[in-house]
Design a protein around this ligand. Structure first.
Ligand code: 5GP
Ligand code: ZN
Length: 117
């Protein structure tokens, strides 16, 4: 079945509680935890429990969970006390994706006025 845990996936292990991460917010369908190599004062990853290779695949298969991922990203920012933040979904190795389990980066706590697009 689509979305089931993959034995060799680091983020599936974190969802199951067996991976290297200090968990933050946890809901029935998402988990948030700090990135192990932070690129900003706030650098939190929010992931769905279900395994899909990237955010678009998640949204195509389970749009409600993709929506929850965004809502949780907003709650993480609120918990961190930041109003201005950047959400990043790297998709594909050529875009810097290294973990092929859908996730959103919540980055903030420092001015990020330079535009990428
Ligand atoms: P990607 O590059 O795929 O968009 O993001 C994967 C992120 O996961 C990277 O920013 C990387 O630092 C983070 N990461 C990789 N391994 C671990 C880990 O074992 N624990 C935590 N907390 N983050 C990790
Ligand atoms: Zn996974």
């Amino acid at each position: 079945m689509a979305g089931e845990p993959q034995p060799d996936c680091l983020f599936c292990k974190i969802v199951a509680g067996g991976g290297p991460a200090t968990l933050g917010r946890k809901t029935e369908r998402t988990v948030a935890f700090r990135d192990i190599a932070p690129k900003a004062p706030t650098h939190v990853l929010v992931i769905p429990h279900v395994h899909y290779p990237n955010a678009a695949a998640l949204a195509a298969a389970e749009p409600e969970i993709a929506g929850e991922l965004l809502a949780e990203a907003g709650r993480v920012a609120e918990d961190e006390g930041i109003q201005d933040y950047r959400l990043i979904f790297n998709t594909g190795a050529g875009a810097g994706q290294t973990i092929f389990h859908a996730h959103v980066h919540v980055l903030g706590g420092v001015p990020m006025n330079e535009r990428m697009v």
